[in-house]
Design a protein around this ligand. Structure first.
Ligand code: SAH
Ligand code: SF4
Length: 391
């Protein structure tokens, strides 16, 4: 950010700004446009429509994404009447916090409530050298992976771009992350590993990530963002090409028979098809490896044979393997592999030349660990919708 950004406005510019708004009266609160979630180019176009020059859009962009402004009042490089008129036309939103839980290990979980009352969870995991925010892309999930709590909740709806960006903004508010770019950044990484399948909501996810990656705002580089997919093969290439973030694949099994049960999307895009798409992932190389996630389920996928099959399956793909101890949830039917089996598995993978960190479960006491997220939101049945309409 340069000093020029905080200079005061010239009298001529202020007059021009005001003329631009003069013909338009205030908009009713409910139809004011939410600027959060509007990509930079689109924001410039919105401002142009209101008769405001590009640099005004850029200033407001910096206020929102660099300084964390949630209203127009404090935008001191805009003349007061202009701030007021912007407020009559636009708004800057955040999801509401329904609850916040703090784990004994420092993990924080928020249940977020969106404008229509639907809810989704978000988790912050502090570590020594980084702080990772795990965000959701959908309320519920269309997929039904048998070991995942979210998979028991039907898809209610996709989150909008504003709601996805809003999660990051809210986390920055809560963690003292504004203005962005300071030395003691607590939030350094983002993973799309919360509720939902991000590649089934690709447009909104991509748009949100472009906003978060913009250099004059939150400015998180694509190297610090990881998108996890259960294996939506047709969207993987676009993901690499259009947003270029790190890719994590929920592999979890080494035979199609087992994966069909654990990750049923496998029936559509089986293991070999998925791995071919990984080989072709744009930008994959030894410096940018694909992460294979592998949940450790006692007696299901944790044998020595599985470990050996795994390394031969992924041969040739620059990869690391993330072993995830299974996190139980109320009603789950699996048991986590014991430490000895996890260690045995990890050794085979390591000897084959792949990093095989075991993901230490975080926030289990507050149900914030991988696969434990779920909200009470549910899709209304047709009958409920009819009853509501009749009221
Ligand atoms: N839908 C995406 C991202 C969300 S899930 C996907 O499936 O990849 C994030 C990770 O947590 C996935 O690898 C998922 O398979 C894993 N996971 C789900 N339930 C889990 C559980 N109960 N214990 C451990 N990991 C789980
Ligand atoms: Fe959905 Fe991912 Fe859970 Fe599967 S693991 S049900 S894709 S959130």
């Amino acid at each position: 950010m340069t000093q020029a950004d905080i200079t005061t406005v010239s009298a001529e510019q202020a007059a021009a700004d005001l003329r631009a708004f003069a013909a338009r009266g205030p908009m009713p609160a409910e139809s004011r446009i939410d600027l959060v979630g509007v990509e930079r180019e689109a924001m410039v176009a919105l401002f142009a429509e209101a008769g405001l020059p590009k640099f005004r859009a850029n200033q407001v962009w910096q206020w929102i994404y660099h300084k964390g402004a949630i209203g127009f009042d404090g935008m001191t490089n805009l003349a007061k009447p202009l701030r007021q008129q912007l407020a009559e036309r636009f708004r800057i939103s955040r999801p509401a916090i329904a609850t916040r839980q703090d784990s004994i290990d420092g993990t924080i979980k928020w249940l977020l409530r969106f404008a229509d009352g639907n809810e989704a969870e978000m988790v912050f995991i502090p570590e020594e050298d980084r702080g990772t925010l795990c965000i959701s892309s959908q309320v519920g999930c269309t997929l039904t992976c048998s070991f995942c709590h979210t998979g028991t909740q039907r898809l209610v709806r996709n989150l909008t771009t504003a709601e996805i960006v809003g999660q990051v903004m809210l986390a920055l508010d809560e963690l003292g992350g504004f203005p962005t770019g300071g030395f003691n950044r607590r939030l350094t990484n983002i993973v799309l590993m919360g509720m939902g399948e991000p590649l089934y909501n690709f447009e909104n996810v991509a748009s949100a990530l472009r906003i978060v990656m913009d250099n004059e705002g939150v400015a998180l580089s694509r190297r610090r963002i990881t998108l996890s997919t259960s294996g939506v093969v047709p969207m993987m290439e676009r993901c690499g090409e259009e947003i270029g973030v790190n890719l994590a694949i929920s592999l979890h099994a080494t035979t199609d028979d087992t994966r069909d049960i654990l990750v049923p999307i496998n029936k559509k895009w089986p293991i070999q098809t998925l791995l071919d798409a990984c080989r072709a992932y744009p930008g994959v190389n030894n410096a940018r490896r694909i992460t294979f996630e592998y949940v450790m389920l006692e007696g299901i996928n944790d044998s020595l044979e599985d470990a050996k099959r795994l390394v031969s399956l992924i041969r040739g793909i620059p990869a690391k393997i993330n072993l995830i101890p299974f996190n139980p949830w109320p009603g789950s039917n699996y048991v986590c592999s014991n430490d000895e089996h996890i260690e045995r598995f990890a050794q085979v993978v390591l000897k084959a030349g792949y990093a095989s960190p075991v993901r230490r479960p975080r926030g289990r006491d507050i149900f914030a660990a991988c696969g434990q997220l779920k909200s009470e939101s549910r899709r209304q049945t047709r009958r409920e919708l009819r009853a509501e309409a009749a009221e």
